[in-house]
Every structure is written in C-alpha cells, then in structure tokens.
Design a protein around this ligand. Structure first.
Ligand SMILES: C[S@@+](CC[C@H](N)C(=O)[O-])C[C@H]1O[C@@H](n2cnc3c(N)ncnc32)[C@H](O)[C@@H]1O
Length: 181
C-alpha cells in the first residue's frame, strides 16, 4: 500500500510511518522506534476507513472532513495508528497534535499530524455528533518495544458508514474554547 487515500488534501503529506523532527533527542528516538526500523507501519493494506467531507449543517465540523468506517468494525478492534511528525518542541497552535509519551526527565513527545500524517488525523471528537465516542486512543508497545498511538473501536461494533469519533479530552477543548464540558 503506498498511494494516498481518496480525498487526501493535496497540500498535506501522506505518510505511513511517523517521521522524527530534529527536536527529538537521539536516545528518545531509539526508545520510540523500539527494535524495529523507524516506525514501520502495522498495516500493509488499507484500514477500513474513508475520509469523507461533512456537509450536514447539524454536524459541528460541517465543511470539514471526518473519518468513516468502510466496513463493520467489531468491538475492541485495532483500526489504525495515529501517524504524524514525532516531536519534542511545543506546538500550541496545532489541532492535530497529541501526546505520545512523557519521559522521566520531563521530555514530552507528541505526534503532530498538522502537515503530514495518515487517515487518523481526520477523526473528530464525539461532542455534538454522538452521545459517546465509538473509538478510543490507546498508547501501545509494538512487539519490538516501539511506541505507537493506536485507535481502537470501543465496546460496541462500529457499523459500516458510521463516523469514527473519539474523545479529545476536556483539556483539549478547554485549551481552545474555555468551555466547561
Ligand atoms: C484533528 S482535526 C479533525 C479533522 C478535521 N475535521 C479536518 O477536517 O481536518 C480537529 C479539528 O476538527 C474539528 N472538530 C473535531 N471534532 C469536532 C467537534 N466535535 N465539534 C466541532 N469541531 C470539531 C475542529 O475544528 C478541530 O480543531
């Protein structure tokens, strides 16, 4: 699998394994990579997802895109990994940056998919869309010890055509809109 997914925005770089920014110290790179070569992708074939434009006025991300299941996804199933630029500098203005790991020496590692990433960057937060998230983020270790941020279906099956939504966390929204929920 190497071609870009349908509707991938032309101004963004599509990558299938994370790229390390120079702000990541070499020891941290080694630990994040684990024993395998740089962030080798878990999927050799497309995940069961599609990037679709949102054109419903009742959807809070109307005019943007979301990620949708292209087939039934059983409960507690790995859907795809969150791929982007692994970095240790601050990215306060990115809406596509999530925390991967905090080392004991205080170094914070994030994955920022604002300029490069995979389909996972299109996953919206459930608020205003569904009663609860149907998917979750989970930081996992690969068999060779590498660190990944994965997205899994939650406790219920995700139906074909259903939007995949997670919780960004209250902190994410508070930091942007000073809202209380
Ligand atoms: C990681 S991106 C998700 C993909 C984005 N919709 C896109 O087309 O690129 C996060 C951005 O999506 C929008 N978003 C995601 N979930 C939302 C929600 N529940 N309500 C309103 N906006 C949302 C916000 O603009 C947010 O900054």
């Amino acid at each position: 699998m190497s071609s870009k997914p349908s509707r991938w925005p032309p101004h963004l770089q599509y990558i299938q394994s994370s790229v390390f920014h120079p702000s990541v110290p070499s020891e941290a790179c080694l630990e994040i990579r684990g024993g395998s070569s740089a962030g080798s992708p878990r999927h050799q074939h497309r995940p069961a997802v599609a990037i679709l434009p949102i054109s419903s006025s009742s959807h809070p991300a109307n005019g943007q895109h979301g990620l949708f299941a292209t087939r039934k996804i059983p409960p507690k199933t790995h859907i795809l990994d969150y791929i982007g630029e692994i970095h240790c500098d601050d990215r306060p203005h990115s809406d596509y940056d999530l925390s991967l790991y905090r080392f004991q020496n205080g170094i914070n590692v994030g994955i920022d998919a604002s300029a490069m990433g995979n389909e996972a960057r299109f996953i919206n937060d459930y608020r205003g869309i569904m009663d609860k998230p149907n998917a979750i983020f989970s930081d996992v270790r690969t068999p060779s010890g590498g660190m990944r941020m994965s997205i899994w279906s939650a406790g219920l099956e995700i139906k074909k055509g259903e939007e995949i939504v997670v919780s960004y966390g209250k902190g994410w929204w508070k930091a942007r809109f000073h809202c209380s929920s």
